[in-house]
Design a binder for this molecule. Structure first.
Ligand SMILES: Nc1ncnc2c1ncn2[C@@H]1O[C@H](COP(=O)(O)OP(=O)(O)OP(=O)(O)O)[C@@H](O)[C@H]1O
Ligand SMILES: [Mg+2]
Length: 242
């Protein structure tokens, strides 16, 4: 199967910080790829580059056979790339369903159509009971689900999840893990950044590991747990790679 996404020698610097340094990888349709690395490794920056939130300083991004380097976020969304933000930023004064409708409008022209897609998406992520609640009333766990719903309501082909487990209870982690695991079977390819490693390593078909902006390893979760460079990068952090 040909690659859905190809990242070629991509870099991004912020003044003196080289946040992403010459990273290359590809993702095939239907994969669930885990992207891991310690704090400050460059994971969110990489997502910002792929989603068009930031332009790369160098390198190329090819999506679905098209060079999309430098495209803006709304153009990336239109061709099928959606992302969640590490820190959820809902429109707090709007209701939960209204927040999701704003995403649904990417592909739906009418209010009725957008409401239908939003309601189905809320049902999907287990937020149907909170549809009319103000977004500001949600707990951390529910806010993460809202973030996932906002991305999925865009009907993406490729979704980038940035730490959707942070702050969740063990039960919430379990249900979110099962939810993410079934997305590829629905035609949604996933790249997933997560510090809750046991969840991602159980689910991902392949892992990519970056440290200090550089890709240091790639392979199955089991291979990563044994890779000396990966273990070294995580030394001193309280993370169980198992
Ligand atoms: N907008 C910015 N301006 C300046 N420096 C930035 C900016 N965004 C990220 N950086 C820096 O780039 C590096 C990579 O940050 P990034 O947020 O991508 O890491 P991360 O792997 O997502 O970390 P975490 O696991 O803590 O979320 C860090 O040194 C960070 O301080
Ligand atoms: Mg991050």
């Amino acid at each position: 199967m040909s690659a859905l996404l190809e990242v070629r020698n991509i870099s991004r610097s912020f003044r003196t910080t080289l946040a992403v340094n010459d990273v290359s990888f590809s993702v095939r349709e239907g994969e669930l790829v885990g992207l891991m690395g310690p704090n400050g490794a460059g994971k969110s920056t990489l997502f910002n580059l792929i989603a068009g939130v930031l332009p790369p300083s160098a390198g190329e991004i090819v999506y679905d056979g098209r060079t999309v380097t430098g495209w803006k976020a709304h153009d990336m969304a239109r061709v099928g790339i959606a992302r969640t933000f590490q820190i959820p930023k809902p429109y707090r004064q709007l209701s939960v369903i209204e927040n999701v409708m704003l995403s649904a409008f990417l592909r739906e022209k009418s209010i009725v159509g957008a409401r239908k897609v939003a309601a189905a998406t809320l049902d999907d992520v287990g937020l149907a009971d909170f549809a009319e609640s103000p977004a500001s009333s949600l707990t951390v766990g529910l806010l993460k689900r809202l973030e996932v719903a906002r991305a999925l309501a865009m009907r993406p082909k490729l979704v980038l999840f940035d730490e959707i487990m942070a702050g969740l209870t063990p039960t919430e982690v379990g249900s979110m893990t099962s939810f993410v695991a079934q997305l590829p079977s629905r035609g949604i390819t996933v790249i997933w950044v997560e510090h809750v490693l046991y969840a991602i390593m159980k689910t991902a078909t392949r892992m990519i590991v970056i440290n200090r902006g550089k890709q240091i390893a790639e392979g199955t979760p089991a291979m990563m747990a044994r890779d000396p460079a990966v273990v070294k990068a995580y030394l001193g952090e309280e993370i169980a790679i198992a």
